[in-house]
Design a protein around this ligand. Structure first.
Ligand code: S3P
Length: 442
């Protein structure tokens, strides 16, 4: 365990590139593996989570190489072309890697066993196993549908039409990926739109995918099975969810100005932008463009006086990973901030709802956890001077380090190792911009 201390600073400044998007990086490797020919990936996120997907795919018979210029090449095996792994697939801390690959393996006719770390082994997997069983996959798991899980893929998978009971891009993607190697039309209906990177990338690789939008705002996504996908070139945009920590740091640390280049601005990911702007955050977007089927742009953020607002439940799917850092912004905002519809936060890398409430209240912020919502009341100042338990959760670790940058007294986090799962360069980058984040023994 390596503890870190983050102390009050005067300002942050810089022009930076944040590392590649985690969701898109996983999908680029997986679709590259299922295409025919070579897929070349530029700016792949080289974090522990994404490297777990690369290692798993190698175990399934795919050649994946990194060149000296930093680009990655995936030599695809074609849809249905993966081979039985010789060892278990270790997904580490990554829910996305585990759930998406469980979908892929449900329509490959052999046994694959998935394991993960302590955090991932606590997370619910029934949500993917229920639809994948209907498609013919067989699963044996630890009690309550937890990892380790062995999937026996179906020889003759059957297409389904499935209505998602929870807003989850991971479950949606698992079904679409299983549907890739299933004859016929597999459909997923989502009542609340979630990130659509799988849909965009499947179409980009040549899959026959269609989306029907109903007047009620529902999406029905259908994929026609057993297409031939063609290897492609992908430039991974900067991860908005990683940029979020820098955006909030620039807003709450006085006299700051930061420019962030080439950030993914998929509207199903950027609920935080809208929210922070409503709170009074000065964030400019410019140079908007498309790269590899995804919207991208540059951002400029300056310190701002923030005010509390109500963030409705309907916005949660477009900012599901951003609540820890939004809660930090709320802690420095004048008045009340009410974050609603946070039930899904309980099943992330940790119970984030409790972790945010406990951490903020330790740091001297008035916060109440009311069912699935958080009410944060602030005078705009935070006392700090406490140690936060990160519970194997990278976003809790990074959010509280940002809190320390503007709190009256330093914040210590008990463990920083998990930051490598999504943002390996976080500490160095923050310190280059003016942060004071140092190792400490506790
Ligand atoms: C992800 C989807 C989200 C998100 C996760 C990445 C993805 O999870 O929290 O960090 O890449 O599909 P859910 O779809 O389970 O909400």
């Amino acid at each position: 365990m390596s503890a870190l201390i983050s102390s009050l600073i005067g300002s942050i400044a810089g022009e930076i590139l944040v590392p590649g998007d985690k969701s898109i990086s996983h999908r680029a490797l997986i679709l590259g593996a299922l295409a025919i020919g070579k897929t070349q990936i530029t700016s792949l996120l080289e974090s522990d989570d994404v490297l777990a997907t690369a290692t798993a795919l190698r175990n399934l018979g795919v050649d994946i190489l990194k060149s000296d210029d930093g680009t990655w090449s995936v030599f695809g095996r074609g849809v249905g072309g993966l081979s039985e792994p010789e060892s278990v697939l270790d997904m580490g801390n990554s829910g996305t890697a585990a759930r998406l690959l469980m979908g892929v393996m449900a329509s490959h006719p052999f046994k694959t066993t998935f394991v993960g770390d302590k955090s991932l082994s606590m997370r619910p997997m029934e949500r993917v196993m229920i639809p994948l069983r209907q498609m013919g996959g067989q699963f044996s798991s630890r009690s309550e549908g937890r990892l380790p899980i062995t999937v026996t893929g179906s020889v003759t998978p059957v297409p389904i039409s499935y209505e998602l009971p929870v807003a989850s891009a991971q479950v949606k993607s698992a079904i679409l990926l299983a549907g890739l190697n299933t004859q016929g039309l597999t459909s997923v209906v989502e009542k609340e739109p979630t990130r659509d990177h799988s849909e965009r990338m499947l179409s980009y690789f040549g899959a026959n995918l269609s989306i029907e939008k109903s007047s009620k705002g529902e999406n029905k996504i259908s994929i026609l099975g057993q297409p031939e996908l063609t290897g492609n070139s992908i430039i991974v945009p900067g991860d908005f969810s990683s940029a979020a920590f820098i955006i909030v740091a620039a807003l709450i640390v006085p006299s700051s100005n930061v420019k962030l280049k080439s950030i993914g601005l998929n509207p199903l990911r950027t609920g935080l932008l809208k929210t922070l702007q409503e709170m009074g955050g000065e964030i400019k977007i410019y140079n908007e463009r498309f790269e590899g089927g995804e919207p991208v742009g540059d951002l400029e953020v300056s310190s701002s006086s923030l005010k509390g607002i109500v963030v409705p439940a309907s916005r949660a799917p477009s900012m599901i990973d951003e609540y820890p850092i939004l809660a930090v912004a709320a802690a420095f905002s004048l008045g009340e901030t009410h974050l609603q519809g946070l039930g899904e936060l309980r099943v992330k890398e940790s119970d984030r709802l409790s972790a945010i409430a406990e951490g903020l209240s330790l740091a001297g912020v008035k916060v109440s956890e009311i069912e699935d919502s958080l009410l944060i009341k602030s005078t705009g100042k935070v006392t700090g001077g406490v140690t936060i338990k990160t519970s194997l959760d990278h976003r809790i670790a990074m959010a509280f380090l940002v809190l320390g940058m503007a709190a009256e007294n330093p914040i210590i986090i008990d463990d920083s190792e998990m930051i490598d799962t999504s943002f390996p360069d976080f500490i160095a980058l923050m310190n280059r911009m003016g942060a004071s984040i140092k190792e400490i023994s506790i």
